[in-house]
Design a protein around this ligand. Sequence first.
Ligand SMILES: C[S@@+](CC[C@H](N)C(=O)[O-])C[C@H]1O[C@@H](n2cnc3c(N)ncnc32)[C@H](O)[C@@H]1O
Length: 232
Amino acid sequence: MNLNNNRIKIITVLALMIPFLLLSSISEAQRKTGRGATAGSTNEALFKGIENEVVLPMLRHLPQQYGGRNVPAADGRFLYDLILENGYTRGLEIGTSNGYSGLWIGLALKQNGGELVTIEIDPRAADEARDNFAKAELDDVIEVITADALEGIPNVPGTFDFVFIDAHKPEYYDYFRLIRDRMKTGGAITAHNVTGRDRSMANFEEAIQNDPGLDTEIFSRHTMSVSLVKDE
Ligand SMILES: C[S@@+](CC[C@H](N)C(=O)[O-])C[C@H]1O[C@@H](n2cnc3c(N)ncnc32)[C@H](O)[C@@H]1O
């Protein structure tokens, strides 16, 4: 009788533990792979070292409010690290949108004592970016120009050691032609959505791969090309 009771108790306890064990092993797997994260619970490592209480929530949440046109946080962080590691100080961004990638780029350039010019064709998006940069206290280092980049780039004076292209894909090659000879040695021309599969930007991809003065690498995880300007 007692033996049977004990068996029933053990079976009941085991049955109750199964869902708990299953749930905890799933969440451990999700933690390791980063999958299953809900919007806003992005991998904390992406924001390491960024402690500003105003900027941090913007970096975490702005893309979710903007219908997927912003770079993912991981790509913003990639650019941020690239700028810090290389000490870049004069940046140009083509395709501002609401300023999300500009926040990452501007934060890094500010730490290097540098500045960013960013060009956006859509006046509403440009205004939104200006508001976001002001809120993040980056308006002293970021200038937003409302213009078609093809007309705006020639009006921006000086040279650049960092360029980020993220506007109209069929125009990537034209933006590239406008900035190529204005790059400093050691500088980086970066471009988003470079996959090698989009025919509309094939001329750009060929140009960065075949230019003897550039050392180009494609970071497929970020769909990003990085072309470093060689010392010639
Ligand atoms: C993918 S969104 C940029 C996203 C932004 N880099 C980010 O991650 O936050 C592309 C932007 O390029 C702008 N754009 C398209 N063609 C342009 C041009 N010729 N000159 C300037 N901006 C342009 C669009 O209006 C749009 O806001």
